[in-house]
Design a protein around this ligand. Structure first.
Ligand code: AMP
Length: 425
């Protein structure tokens, strides 16, 4: 399968070859022909699958194909975070290097004026976070009456971040005649509702099975008592110093604290989270990209859209509150068919969160005890009667297509995990 056989024009294919893209990824193979046909697309794809090119390439082709309304927004991409907005815009610029398509980003935390100036000069592609886009719309800086395509990128994350009312307001300001593309790693009921309400007979395409983690990633849990987590992390890092890791914490405060601890232990660490300025976030990411920063400590929201090639390991220092975030976190590793590793340090207090992750994945993650850090109590992998009743009252999640993966699931016991004398790697 080649890019040309998907219907992309030769100039785009040349640009892609220049970027070292030899063949389309799965989501690109499935989505590009449908986007080119003009139909709405509901795509299940997480970061790392090549989803950005899956919409940017056919849209660039569409933009150069007709001369309608030059310098007026024709494509609007909504993203949950500024980092992702910057990356999406960069992708449009990279893939569209051969054509005069103008792009801009609109997001909060920076001044309005440069964004207003960019809009006045005229742009065809606007990449925006929902809140700042509404500010511009309200102040009349932006005319979306000629919009042709709306892309909702990482729609599940936008909903998690409370952007649903903003998205509804934006949708109300758009022409009814348009193409709508929705990309999401997971499909909770609210996403399906949004799709039903605002999309027309969408074609569903899927990069990986719904609600499942990316393939070729080895998942592992190290059970540990809460009080010993820090020491276990330092122990694991000491065993393979120098490798780059993305380390997740649940809170901003926790990220700062852990970052200081790692620095005191002699590691080159940096933290990114929502309380950091845009400049500090960019510097931390840049440091991680160049290798100056070895350990990047991140919260879930700040980590959205981090695009780092060949990141072998994600460490969950704390499990996320929302099970879907586990899938998003590990979407940062195992890119482009490279093997990846997702290591979670889990204490008894996190048992319920672990069970939610197991339910989402449809399987249990193997546990490996580390010598010297064996917890006083095993993790509780089955809920108590009361917890089971509460879970039964919660809205049901549709079963994952394809069923449970083979080989890893051993359900229904609070058994002791397999034992490793020393943690691997
Ligand atoms: P995304 O899922 O859009 O965040 O893309 C993940 C990474 O894959 C980015 O670094 C892209 O530059 C890269 N990428 C996208 N499509 C291809 C392709 N067909 N071949 C090689 N790399 C790709």
């Amino acid at each position: 399968m080649s890019f040309a056989s998907l219907g992309l024009d030769p100039a785009l294919v040349r640009t892609l070859n220049g970027l070292g893209y030899d063949r389309p990824t799965e989501i690109q193979q499935r989505a590009i022909p449908v986007v080119l046909s003009g139909r709405d697309v509901l795509a299940g794809a997480q970061t790392g699958t090549g989803k950005t090119a899956a919409f940017a390439l056919p849209l660039l082709q569409r933009l150069s194909g007709s001369r309608a309304a030059p310098r007026r927004p024709r494509v609007l991409v909504l993203t949950p975070t500024r980092e992702l907005a910057l990356q999406v815009r960069q992708s449009f610029e990279d893939y569209g290097a051969d054509r005069p398509v103008r792009t801009c980003t609109l997001f909060g935390g920076v001044g309005m004026q440069p964004q207003i100036d960019a809009l006045r000069r005229g742009v065809e592609v606007v990449v925006a976070t929902p809140g700042r886009l509404i500010d511009h719309l309200q102040q009349g800086h932006l005319d979306l009456s000629r919009l042709e395509v709306l892309v909702l990128d990482e729609a599940d994350r936008m909903l998690d971040m409370g952007f649903l009312p903003a998205i509804r307001r934006i949708l109300a300001a758009l022409p009814a005649q348009r193409q709508t593309l929705l990309f999401s790693a997971t499909f909770a009921a609210a996403i399906k509702q949004l799709a039903q309400q605002f999309m027309r007979d969408p074609v569903e395409v899927q990069a990986a099975p719904l609600n499942s983690a990316a393939p070729r990633i080895e998942h592992r849990i190290h059970p540990v008592d809460l009080a010993r987590k820090k020491d276990l992390l330092l122990h694991l890092l000491a065993a393979d110093s120098g490798r780059q890791r993305l380390v997740f914490t649940r809170t901003k405060h926790g990220a700062d604290k852990l970052c200081r601890l790692l620095e005191r232990a002699g590691h080159r660490a940096a933290a990114i989270h929502g309380n950091k300025s845009q400049g500090a976030r960019v510097r931390a990411l840049e440091g991680f990209r160049t290798g100056a920063v070895q350990l990047l400590v991140a919260t879930d929201i700040a980590a959205r859209g981090i695009d780092i090639d060949a990141l072998p390991t994600v460490i969950n220092y704390e499990l996320p509150m929302v099970a879907e975030d586990y899938v998003h976190r590990i979407g940062r590793t195992g890119r482009n068919g490279q093997p990846g590793e997702a290591i979670s340090l889990v204490c008894g207090e996190e048992s319920e969160r672990l069970r939610a992750i197991h339910r989402l994945l449809g399987r249990e993650i193997p546990q490996v005890e580390v010598e010297g850090f064996v917890p006083t109590e095993p993790l509780k992998l089955t809920a108590s009667g009361a917890q089971r009743r509460a879970a039964a009252d919660a809205p049901a999640r549709p079963p994952r297509p394809g069923g449970r993966r083979r080989g890893t699931a051993r359900r229904g016991t609070n058994r002791r995990p397999e034992r490793a004398d020393t943690a691997r790697r």
